[in-house]
Design a protein around this ligand. Structure first.
Ligand code: SF4
Length: 268
């Protein structure tokens, strides 16, 4: 996806969120050694940060701050029907960040992402009997594009996505995963700012890019694949998803020595 093709409105949101959240590019030493630096407070190094309900708290951003801001958010109409907000869960320094569409009934009831049938399938896909070796308890973080349940499990609307995506961008910046796995149409199209559907996007690595006034540009490999709920409806999608997971494994092994050692001990 070239800069020229990016949607200007989404880019404005990205840049706004970058500005509010600050930015960074963590390196390998950050992941293996000392804790990552806190995200700068809005306006750090400047004196012009506007107040905003999506702005990180003064003193630096954190996953907890994102969750707290989400919990009190009323930026779109989805707040009216929610039981719980669903910010995301997983380890704070993940190899992979899985991003889905939005909470369903089970997620709305529990406040946790991907806990229904599709979520259970996602957990099995990520592990694949140890051959992929990914888990939200060990090396993944799981979140959605929107943090409140769309009524009737409908797709989130563009205005709802636009309102909510700054939270996701803050999470991506805080987590800085090795790879983003975009599950389904909404996640892939939103993150890649693409008009192409998941059938065309899946299975091809792209880059999620962002910019920061304080840290410059960053880029994270992003692999689109089908949403696990699509697999529940259509078993024929399991084969292409397995191909995508094998690609994910190969890319991770190339990017992370520890994961490479794990993969080497578990041949496909
Ligand atoms: S979906 Fe996102 S933007 Fe909309 S109310 Fe929930 S947290 Fe706020």
């Amino acid at each position: 996806m070239t800069v020229e093709n990016k949607d200007s409105a989404a880019r404005f949101l990205d840049l706004t969120a970058d500005y509010l959240a600050g930015g960074y590019r963590r390196n390998r030493e950050d992941r293996a050694g000392s804790p990552p630096p806190a995200e700068p407070a809005p306006g750090e190094g400047t004196n012009t940060a506007p107040p905003s309900p999506i702005a990180p708290a003064a003193g630096g951003d954190s996953l907890e701050s994102v969750a707290a801001d989400v919990a009190r958010c009323e930026r779109c109409g989805l707040c009216g029907g929610r039981t719980n907000t669903v910010p995301g869960e997983g380890v704070p320094r993940p190899l992979v960040m899985v991003i889905g569409e939005g909470p369903g009934a089970d997620e709305d009831a529990t406040g946790r992402p991907f806990v229904g049938r599709a979520g259970q399938l996602l957990d099995r896909m990520l592990d694949s009997r140890g051959r992929i070796g990914l888990s939200r308890n060990v090396n993944c973080y799981i979140a959605n594009v929107v943090k409140c349940r769309p009524p009737g499990n409908r797709n989130p609307q563009p205005d709802e996505i636009a309102a909510c995506v700054p939270f996701l961008i803050r999470q991506i910046k805080l987590l800085h995963p090795r790879i983003i796995l975009a599950a389904g149409n909404t996640a892939a199209k939103t993150l890649l700012e693409s008009t192409e559907g998941i059938t065309r996007l899946r299975g091809r690595f792209a880059e999620f890019t962002g910019t920061s006034l304080t840290r410059g540009e960053f880029s994270i490999p992003l692999l689109p694949t089908f949403h696990p709920s699509a697999l529940l409806r259509d078993e024929s999608l399991k084969a292409p998803v397995w191909e995508d997971l094998k690609q994910l494994r190969a890319k991770l092994a190339a990017l992370d020595e520890d994961y490479a050692a794990l993969a080497a001990g578990r041949p496909l």
